[in-house]
Design a protein around this ligand. Sequence first.
Ligand code: DHB
Length: 305
Amino acid sequence: MDRLSTEVAGVRFRNPFLLASGIWGETGAALARAHRDGAGGVVTKSIGSATREGYPNPTVEQLGSWGLLNAMGLPNPGMEHYAAEIALARKEGATVVGSIFGGDAKEFATLARAMEQTGVVALELNLSCPHAKGYGSEIGRDPAIVTEVVRAVKQAVRLPVWAKLTPNTHDIGALAEAAEQAGADAISAINTVRGLAIDPETMRPVLAHGFGGLSGPAIKPIGLACVWQIYDRVKVPIVGIGGISTPEDAFEYLIAGASAVEVGTALSAGGDALFGTLSAGLERLLEHHGFSTLAEAVGASHRVR
Ligand code: DHB
């Protein structure tokens, strides 16, 4: 299926469907399983400097057909302990992208150096988790901090750097420009959208943490709008994320400007067969529209305006 292979900032993936960060990504065995199931690449759970337990339960709520609301609290084993998980996934042949989160540019740079040692093909910077104090979108919605973090990481490593941006801002295009000017090699968009579920009986927020991040079908139009806008503002490749569960969803992201996509929430329902279904369907769609390579489709909807 050569038509499906794609390149993001110098890294080739066998197909554009990457396992999204945070889904199945906490262990090497789960990353390897996504690879065996047909993922083009896998993105790790966001890894920080130290072991974090995360928030107390409940941390996830299914919102009917809209998708999931979650606030896990960035649980992870810490960089030192996680290297062995990546080694396991790589041994099984997975193309691994390492996701990291930090509280400032210095912490990001230190983590980036450690992550580089594990043999990942690229780094994805989590500048966009919507509810963790001092992390994610709290710092990543400020273009000046995005600049600082990306610049520090670029100085620290040789790997391609993907900046994962938040939709919880009035101008994601400005964040993308800041990232690109600081040297980011790609933009990942979007992370979850901040949301809240309230139980009318107890009158309390459903999740223990209160606010959560919304993912799944409800955020696809938001993700598409962000990718479209970012494509108009920067030259670096875009990795599209948000509500992708069918080949058509992925095709829309590609023609809006994405060179690859990440799939997360849909896997909680679609399971093992989903990556194969997505690749087969996208292959048919590309052929139907006369694209002999995936690259020809990237941004195509901007050209038929
Ligand atoms: C978490 C992190 C994220 O980046 C996100 O989008 C949602 C949840 C978390 O671990 O809580």
